[in-house]
Design a protein around this ligand. Structure first.
Ligand SMILES: [Zn+2]
Length: 126
């Protein structure tokens, strides 16, 4: 897995926005559903999550794995320009993670819309 240099964020604003969105969505989901599970500050080899969000992010182990998978897939998308995942002919997510991320998007998307904080686009996952 290649490391991603987040000091050069200006290079790809779309990538940064998508990674922020993914992290935020998974965080909202985890806070609600996995409150009782052991959770700890998220740290990934390939991306400094704390630096990305500007604060520590606490996730359970399952959600951390999902985040790692989602970030890796998003950062290494071979399609250029990147299409909406929904419209993409390649379904690059592992089926297990695909199922999980859809649940996350559904729950957190709804929650963020209801709270009026959704300025995200729906192009990440289909
Ligand atoms: Zn979780």
């Amino acid at each position: 897995m290649d490391a991603i240099d987040i000091s050069g964020w200006d290079v790809d604003k779309h990538l940064k926005r998508d990674l922020l969105t993914l992290t935020r969505f998974i965080e909202v989901y985890c806070v609600h559903w996995h409150k009782a599970d052991p959770r700890s500050q998220a740290s990934l080899k390939q991306i400094d999550v704390t630096a990305l969000m500007g604060r520590p992010v606490v996730l359970c182990e399952r959600c951390l794995k999902l985040l790692a998978h989602a970030m890796y897939k998003r950062s290494h998308c071979p399609m250029s320009p990147k299409p909406a995942c929904k419209k993409c002919p390649r379904h690059c997510y592992h089926p297990l993670y695909r199922k999980q991320i859809r649940e996350v998007m559904k729950y957190s998307g709804r929650k963020l819309v209801l709270s009026g904080r959704l300025d995200y686009l729906w192009h990440l996952i289909g």
